[in-house]
Write a protein that binds this ligand. Structure first.
Ligand SMILES: Nc1ncnc2c1ncn2[C@@H]1O[C@H](COP(=O)(O)OP(=O)(O)OP(=O)(O)O)[C@@H](O)[C@H]1O
Ligand SMILES: [Mg+2]
Length: 276
């Protein structure tokens, strides 16, 4: 019997037992090769309830999952099922109502706002659908901004930003402002900006939501390439089954819970067992 370090609902596992291996892989404690690893993201019984006046919305009803370093995971489900809320709670943008979130072994749910902001700036990148690029800055200025904010010297920040723009195929557009770029190009600038700090973890919310199919395919292929080359972990909220199919794993959600492909409420472990 091997005792794992988690304080989650499952505290130990017999690594000789197939079912437990699958369970542990789902929680991120085993690599696909069977090696025991720690998940880069793990959460236990995460509940998020929004209260506005008399109205209570249970956006997350007790989510437990683990994501392994280097995985590219899709989160899918109908509008309003809690995908963005899950991403916000796991990344520490939003506070959980109850439950525990750990990123790289640090308990996010115990950090104050300043510590969470610093942790996000150091370790995470964000790709959102509506670009969030600053319109008065050029592409390269948008990409270098996170580096300047975190205190990197301007010349070195500019060089890193240009390198990233080259990686996403936009070096020749570096001096243009977002208004002069196409939707796909803007999204690629957003990806470059999300990655410029070399984050361990990248969160994407509908990164292809308003792109045509060809551009969407290119953006996903680019994320996949960066995920493979840099071993960065990607969590991608998407409505697009094709994006889901390009990921290592799909987490299906419905009505604030994780469900299997038949829509039955489950844990991620059972979901994976069900899919073999
Ligand atoms: N700040 C908030 N205040 C109150 N309710 C909220 C808030 N944010 C989200 N909700 C509610 O929580 C539920 C989950 O919302 P969420 O944005 O996570 O859904 P989603 O799965 O991302 O949907 P979509 O695919 O449309 O983006 C919804 O019922 C939504 O109305
Ligand atoms: Mg959403």
């Amino acid at each position: 019997m091997v005792v794992a370090r988690t304080a989650g609902p499952i505290r130990s596992c017999d690594l000789s037992q197939g079912t437990n291996n699958v369970k542990y892989r789902a929680l991120g404690y085993l690599s696909v090769s069977g090696e025991r690893t720690l998940p880069i993201i793990s959460c236990q019984d995460v509940v998020k309830t929004y209260v506005t006046g008399d109205i209570r919305v249970e956006a997350l009803k007790g989510i437990t999952l683990g994501i392994e370093k280097g995985e590219m995971v899709a989160v899918m489900g109908p509008s309003g099922c809690g995908k963005t809320t899950l991403l916000n709670c796991l990344s520490g943008i939003d506070d959980v109502t109850s439950g525990k979130v750990e990123i790289e072994g640090s308990e996010l749910t115990e950090m104050d706002d300043n510590a969470k902001t610093r942790f996000r700036a150091r370790r995470m990148g964000f790709i959102f659908q509506f670009y969030n690029l600053l319109p008065v800055l050029s592409a390269v200025e948008n990409v270098e901004l996170p580096l300047l904010i975190s205190g990197k010297a301007p010349r070195s920040a500019r060089n890193s930003a240009l390198e990233l723009l080259e990686t996403v195929g936009l070096k020749d557009r570096a001096e243009l402002r977002p208004a002069s770029l196409s939707g796909g190009e803007r999204q690629r600038v957003t990806i470059a900006r999300a990655l410029v700090n070399n984050p361990a973890l990248v969160w994407a919310d509908e990164p292809t939501g308003d792109l045509d199919k060809k551009t969407a395919d290119e953006v996903v292929a680019l994320m996949r390439k960066l995920n493979k080359e840099n071993e960065q972990t990607f969590v991608i909220v998407t409505h697009d089954p094709e994006v889901g199919m390009k990921c290592d794993r799909i987490i299906h959600m419905r009505d604030g819970e994780i469900v299997n492909e038949n829509g039955k409420v489950t844990t991620v472990c059972q979901d994976i067992i069900a899919r073999g």
